[in-house]
Design a protein around this ligand. Structure first.
Ligand SMILES: Nc1ncnc2c1ncn2[C@@H]1O[C@H](COP(=O)(O)OP(=O)(O)OP(=O)(O)O)[C@@H](O)[C@H]1O
Length: 380
């Protein structure tokens, strides 16, 4: 897979800019706040339709404009695709593939795959469970684009069920109309069923992806730490997935809802389901979050990113893009070399950096280097 070019119109701090990727490796060089990460964000959006920095389209549009656009051309084994996303404020985004407007997000996903690695990824270890869920979901969308609608459907049901739980609490507090309450309770039963169905789909897929990525990450981790450390990645689902059959998982889901009924009604929110999942990361049998040193945590994240590259390549059959946002300088020479060795000519890589001195000369010679200044790119 090769991203040939990208065009940005009124996107973040870019008025109008084209970048033709002329080498497997592109280095975006510039001071802080010039637009380097914005460009990587544009590639991330083409790959996943999500940005890890915002979920409001209006943030993505150049200040003062009503419309922004990202266009890109990607070359795959099966041929070339032109992709486009138009953001509107106010308004909804629209998607284009090969000059045709798409109605469904699903048809847009899966043409570009990318693994992003930035200093924010340390949050995978240090941050809240939400960060780890979001990491899993983004990975799953790339591996099987249909997951985007599965997780959206789950979130929609969850929102509606939470709204109903709030209505029920109000009815109970006001102790007014018992007829209303019984109608609301039967409605809740229907939402329980929907939550369990949608949630089972999410849980089973998250479990599957963890089963696939864990051994890969564990191997990388062993290699980077020269065999001195053992990484363990465990899925901690809110609903037990010991059982094989989806119907059995669904039943376990419904049983747990029943057990937590009182708590849910008091809190007026859903306390059962994959929105409460987490992923446990352990180094030498101890939690990486509380016991891991900074260096160990960095090794862990690097191992996970290398595993993501490998897994996506295995599943998709083509190497994904690698987006490195200001991370090379943060890795020690040993880990830097390990990463550069893996990349060598295999993955199209876009790197942002404020300095060039941490790159080796061979690497610089074979890279396209672009200077980024105030939302403009200059060939160096
Ligand atoms: N919607 C927008 N309209 C105009 N400018 C924006 C918009 N969103 C972000 N910016 C500007 O983009 C710049 C940030 O760019 P970016 O995050 O790409 O920085 P960077 O070059 O990667 O720097 P760093 O090394 O600090 O990460 C800031 O100047 C910010 O004000």
């Amino acid at each position: 897979m090769y991203l040939k070019n990208i065009h940005l119109y009124a996107f973040r701090n870019y008025h109008e800019q084209t970048l033709n990727f002329e080498s497997q490796k592109t280095i975006l060089l510039g001071n802080n706040a010039q637009g380097k990460s914005n460009l990587l964000e544009a590639v991330e959006l083409l790959a996943t339709l999500k940005s890890h920095r915002t979920n409001r389209d209006r943030d993505l549009i150049l200040e003062g404009e009503k419309k922004g656009q990202i266009l890109g051309t990607v070359e795959r084994n099966y041929g070339e695709s032109q992709m486009g996303i138009t953001f509107r404020s106010p308004g909804r985004r629209s998607l284009m593939l090969n000059h045709e407007n798409l109605r469904r997000h699903l048809e847009f996903l899966g043409h570009i795959n990318a693994v992003e690695f930035s200093c924010l990824d340390l949050e995978l270890v240090r941050g809240s469970p939400e960060t780890r869920r979001s990491w899993l979901d983004t990975l799953l969308i790339q591996l099987e684009p249909v997951y985007a609608s599965i997780i959206n459907q789950y979130n929609k049901v969850l929102r509606q069920r939470n709204a109903l739980l709030k209505v029920i609490r109000k009815t109970v507090e006001e102790q007014t109309n018992t007829d209303n309450l019984s109608a609301e309770m039967s409605q809740l039963k229907l939402w329980d069923q929907q939550l369990a169905e949608a949630g089972t789909r999410v849980t089973r897929r998250r479990n599957r992806v963890i089963e696939r990525i864990s051994p890969l990450a564990e191997n990388w981790h062993k290699e980077i730490s020269n065999g001195t450390e053992k990484l363990e990645i465990n899925y901690l689902p809110n609903i037990s997935i010991d059982r094989e059959e989806p119907q059995e998982v669904q039943q376990a889901f419904l049983d747990k809802i029943e057990q937590r009924r009182m708590a849910e009604q008091q809190l007026a929110t859903s306390v059962v389901g994959p929105h409460r999942d987490d992923v446990e990361l352990k180094i030498n049998h101890t939690p990486a979050k509380s016991y891991g040193s900074q260096g160990q945590q960095r090794t862990l994240v690097l191992a996970i990113k290398l595993a993501e590259l490998q897994l996506i390549e295995d599943v998709i059959g083509e190497p994904p893009l690698l987006l490195l946002d200001d991370v090379l300088a943060e890795l020690d020479p040993n880990r830097q070399n390990q990463l550069l060795e893996v990349i060598q000519g295999r993955f199209q890589t876009i790197i942002t950096t404020t300095y060039l001195h941490s790159f080796d000369t061979q690497w610089l010679k074979s890279s396209q280097i672009m200077k980024v200044e105030g939302g403009k790119l200059f060939q160096m």
